[in-house]
Write a protein that binds this ligand. Structure first.
Ligand code: ADP
Ligand code: MG
Ligand code: ZN
Length: 448
């Protein structure tokens, strides 16, 4: 099928003038061919659903089966499809009897009208579905098997769902292309997806590069600067550019996040900054719900430029003018650091990500991790998790203490991307010697 036909279908059925990205277009074109299994790995909001919805529409008389983890997500998708006059349905415990019967009738016909059938993995394990699936495949009526939120197959991910593992069985002895979609996953999660879903060896991959070229990464060491709070203040002022932005509406002015490991730290830092003339607020799970919402709202609307927060802050935060993300202390692991620091520079403008490292903080985390591992000894899956938490933490410690290589490499390794062209967007690539001296001083100076 040529590109024009596909583009026309995009406009006609989905009312989009163009593809959202080249990657989205490439993925759609590959899936439309229908020859290979495909793994799509793009951040949330990139338009992954369209990658299978458009090909589904282009397969008249066939059905695309979509596995999705939550009924709420399924409902949104179906409502959206129906609004576009694309026939979509779901089969689950909540489906009304009449609806279910009509659906099953349609699926029995030689040329079904249903284009998309959404199923939860739990539902996929039922005999009803297995029977239905057998019949559909027997008459060659399934266009694609789509696994949305495919990271759910992996224990390394955050929301492991055992029922996802069984989806791999569906692909036995049929040639239906499997399309797996996930928000950018690390190498380990990706491996699990490929193995569990039994993607063919030569499956095609469409993946957003993890490299954020507008983010400058560096590390400083709390115990080797004379006055760490002053150092912090100077850095924040440099990032905020307040003078130049006086004319801007307050919600568009530069702002930033200081992540701290503990509630107490968020309070201490916020207070210090306020006393030094930088308006800031703290945010942590110990605050009342209303306070937390207010503080987030005030920061979002530009009342305070700086929020000092524990990592509970950030879910659902979508502010484009975040000019810096500071970690006061050490992040949890490369994946968390990528996600948290990645809240900077969403508008594509130069922004800074810095860790203010200290040994005490590292020891405290190590203590917790060792204790967790000890507690998990007789539970295999908990033990795996604890072990993986320790491994991730060790990587971040190395990043700060020993491995003096391009900072962006931490992420490209984690996500299995080729090494990025940093172009002096980190302290090491800018001046390795200065960092090396600083690290040496950090190791020899025995404070904290
Ligand atoms: P993801 O699953 O990657 O998080 P979604 O599939 O939910 O992303 O899509 C995110 C948003 O992008 C949706 O509002 C969707 O309608 C929109 N979108 C998808 N493709 C296009 C496109 N080609 N042009 C404009 N908007 C698009
Ligand atoms: Mg999605
Ligand atoms: Zn670099």
């Amino acid at each position: 099928m040529d590109e024009n036909t596909v583009l026309e279908a995009l406009q006609q059925h989905f009312k989009f003038a163009t593809f959202k990205s080249q990657l989205q277009q490439n993925a759609v074109m590959e899936i439309v061919k229908g020859e290979n299994d495909v793994l799509v790995s793009m951040p949330t909001g990139s338009g992954k659903s369209l990658c299978y919805q458009l090909p589904a529409v282009l397969k008249p008389n066939k059905i695309t089966i979509v596995f999705s983890p939550l009924l709420a997500l399924i409902k949104d998708q179906i409502d959206h499809m129906l609004a576009l006059k694309i026939r979509a349905a779901s089969l689950n415990s909540k489906t009304l009897k009449a609806e279910r019967e009509a659906l099953l009738m349609d699926l029995k016909t030689t040329t079904p009208n249903t284009r998309l059938l959404y199923i939860t993995p739990e539902q996929a394990a039922t005999n009803t579905f297995k029977e239905l699936f057998k019949n559909l495949t027997k008459f060659n009526k399934v266009a694609y098997l789509v696994v949305d939120e495919a990271h759910c197959v992996s224990q390394w991910g955050h929301d492991f769902r055992p029922d996802y593992l069984k989806l791999g069985e569906l692909r036995n002895d049929n040639k239906i292309p499997v399309i797996a979609l996930t928000a950018t996953a690390g190498v380990e999660v990706t491996k699990d997806i490929v193995n569990s879903l039994k993607l063919s060896i030569d499956h095609r991959k469409f993946k957003t590069s993890s490299f954020r070229s507008n983010l400058y990464y560096d590390v400083f060491y709390q115990n080797i600067v004379d006055d760490m709070y002053k150092h912090l203040k100077d850095f924040i002022l440099e990032c905020l550019n307040s003078e130049e932005e006086k004319e801007l509406p307050k919600e568009e002015r530069s702002c930033g996040i200081v992540y701290c490991r503990t509630r107490e730290q968020t309070e201490i830092i916020a207070e210090k900054l306020n006393s030094m003339g930088i308006r800031s607020q703290c945010y942590h799970a110990g605050l009342k719900n209303k306070e937390r919402l207010d503080f987030q709202e005030q920061w979002q609307s530009g009342d305070y430029p700086v929020i000092c927060a524990t990592i509970s802050f950030g879910m659902g935060v979508d502010k484009s003018s975040v000019r810096f993300v500071i970690h006061w202390g050490i992040p949890k692991d490369p994946a968390s650091y990528y996600q948290e620091s990645g809240r900077a520079g969403r508008d594509g403008k130069p922004s800074k990500c810095r860790i203010y490292y200290n040994k005490a903080d590292k020891k405290a985390v190590e203590f917790h991790l060792t204790r967790d591992l000890g507690k998990a000894q007789d539970n295999v899956s908990k033990k795996l998790n604890a072990q993986s938490a320790m491994n991730g933490f060790a990587k971040i410690v190395q990043y700060c203490e020993t491995v003096l290589e391009c900072r962006h490499k931490l992420f490209s390794k984690y996500f299995g991307d080729p090494p990025p062209n940093c172009m002096k967007n980190c302290d090491i690539c800018t001046n390795r010697k200065v960092v090396a001296d600083m690290v040496e001083l950090f190791h020899t100076k025995n404070i904290q």
